[in-house]
Write a protein that binds this ligand. Structure first.
Ligand code: GLU
Length: 494
């Protein structure tokens, strides 16, 4: 049994570049990264691209980009290098081969010449016999190694199998999350470590790399728990101590089923494109299966990096709830200072929407700070600010159907607009507070309900009945445009 190493932990995230980075993979990456940061260890990124048909360079780039967007910096791996490289499995084939040869030479692995048809026939026979052992019947284990080698070298198709000691017995794995797990020896046959085409199998490469890269803790999805006994057997054959294992619970959708496309966006990039803040996103994913104290929901990155521990990972499946993610995102937006909100949210979103030019926020910091103040509590996602502030751009405003019908084409609307214009025109300092004070007495003076009065003004100025508070909105519009819009709406009003 492995003991806790005294050296700083070395952990890895090992994605296969066969698709985008998904929420589950991202959560595994976050756990490894946070664990390394919290313990002063190293976080290694290893690309498991041994399947040439499904792994692409483009997918690798997509994964690296998603990792960067999440702010998960790796200490060793592609693009940053490190002393245990290369960090792509496709560049490590010679190493795997050397290890397979070593195991063959030491009699810990053997060539198997059984054809796929023979293997299938053996399996069928075991099923018919109701044999509890349905694995490979070890047919080629008894071939003389020198003879087997000669046959392999002569080009006879063959694979290489691990020679699991016959007296090995059940494999016990102490998982840091699941506790003691026992795997029945009967289900662990002499499994394949090198295929007919010479490529090594997943369970072999992972062990070869985790050992070579001196990984101390393997933290990964619990869909890999069932691979662990085979990997332990590879460690034993190589004469190496296995690392510690921590298999994290799966993520399900709100319906309790494994998270999939059915539940909506599953790749990190889709969430990024919807406008989520990477800080909120990392915080949310970190809480899928881990908790700081069982109740805190806002756990900023620096807290995560300080407090993360494997002990606080639950073994129960975690539920991915998009509503909670959205709520958390809004919390992060609100926690920004006005200046940060202006620079990080308003400017980029408004530039993307073609409403302002780059550099606008630094050119007019006061205007942007005021806009930040009124939009921060209203935006749940960064792109929301575009819709919420569109009325501020351009001289005229398009008045929507509802605002027109409910607020302008209504008895008293014209009187409201006229009175507002008369009051506002008098103002020397056109600030939100002054505007509010000037409008305040008007409904009573006109004998109108506040609601009708303000709806008419709101419709005229913002084009809609739902908008940020009126005073600051008019301040942002400026006196000249505010008055013009009252005039324009007068034509529609009754
Ligand atoms: N490459 C494997 C995957 O993407 C991960 C293997 C591991 O973490 O051991 O599922």
């Amino acid at each position: 049994m492995a003991t806790t190493p005294s050296k700083p932990p070395r952990v890895r995230f090992a994605p296969s570049p066969t698709g985008k980075l998904h929420v589950g993979g991202a959560r595994t990456a976050i756990f490894n990264w946070a664990f390394a940061r919290a313990t002063g260890g190293a976080f290694i990124l290893r690309i498991e691209d041994t399947d040439p048909e499904r792994s692409t360079e483009e997918n690798e780039q997509v994964i690296l980009r998603a990792m960067r967007w999440l702010g998960l910096d790796w200490d060793e791996g592609p693009e940053v290098g490190g002393e245990f490289g290369p960090y792509r499995q496709s560049e490590r084939f010679a190493r795997y081969d050397a290890l397979v040869e070593r195991l063959l030479a030491e009699g810990k692995a053997y060539y198997c010449f059984c054809s796929p048809e023979k293997l299938e026939a053996d399996r069928e026979a075991a099923r018919t016999r109701k044999d509890p052992f349905q694995g490979y019947p070890r047919t080629c284990r008894s071939i003389d190694p020198a003879e087997a080698k000669a046959r392999a070298e002569a080009g006879e198709p063959c694979i290489v199998r691990l020679k699991v000691p016959l007296d090995r017995g059940d494999v016990h794995v102490h998982d840091l999350i699941h506790g003691d797990v026992t795997f029945n020896a009967k289900e662990l046959d002499d499994f394949v470590i090198r295929r007919t085409d010479g490529t090594p199998t997943y369970n072999f490469c992972v062990v070869a790399d985790d050992a070579a890269m001196e990984i101390t803790h393997v933290v990964r999805g619990d869909d890999h728990l069932s691979n662990t006994p085979r990997q332990v057997l590879v460690y034993e054959a190589l004469g190496l101590e296995p690392p510690l294992f921590a298999h994290v619970p799966m993520i399900c959708g709100p319906d309790g089923k494994k998270l999939s496309k059915r539940h909506g966006a599953t790749s990190v990039e889709e969430w990024r494109d919807e406008g989520y803040d990477p800080e909120a996103f990392v915080n949310y994913l970190a809480l899928l299966g881990w908790s700081l104290d069982g109740e805190t929901t806002v756990v900023p990155r620096e807290v995560l990096c300080r407090e993360f521990s494997l002990e606080r990972i639950s073994k129960n499946p975690a539920v991915f709830d998009p509503k909670k993610l959205l709520w958390l995102n809004a919390e992060y937006l609100q926690a920004k200072t006005d200046e940060e909100f202006a620079r990080e949210v308003l400017e980029p979103e408004l530039v993307a929407a073609g409403l302002v030019e780059e550099g606008a926020a630094s050119a007019d910091p006061e205007w942007f700070a005021l806009l930040a103040q009124i939009l921060k509590p209203r935006a749940k996602l960064a792109p929301d600010v575009v819709g919420l502030s569109r009325f501020l751009f351009g001289d005229e405003v398009a008045i929507d159907e509802k605002a027109r019908a409910k607020a302008l084409e209504k008895e008293g609307a014209k009187a409201a607009l006229t009175a507002a214009k008369a009051a506002l025109i008098e103002l020397d300092s056109f600030t939100g507070d002054e505007i509010d004070v000037a409008l305040e007495p008007l409904p009573e003076e006109l004998g109108q309900s506040k609601r009708n009065f303000y709806q008419a003004i709101r419709a005229a100025e913002t084009g809609s009945l739902a908008s940020p508070p009126l005073g600051p909105s008019l301040e942002l519009l400026g006196k000249e445009r505010a008055l013009k819009r009252l005039d324009a709406a007068m034509e529609l009003a009754r």
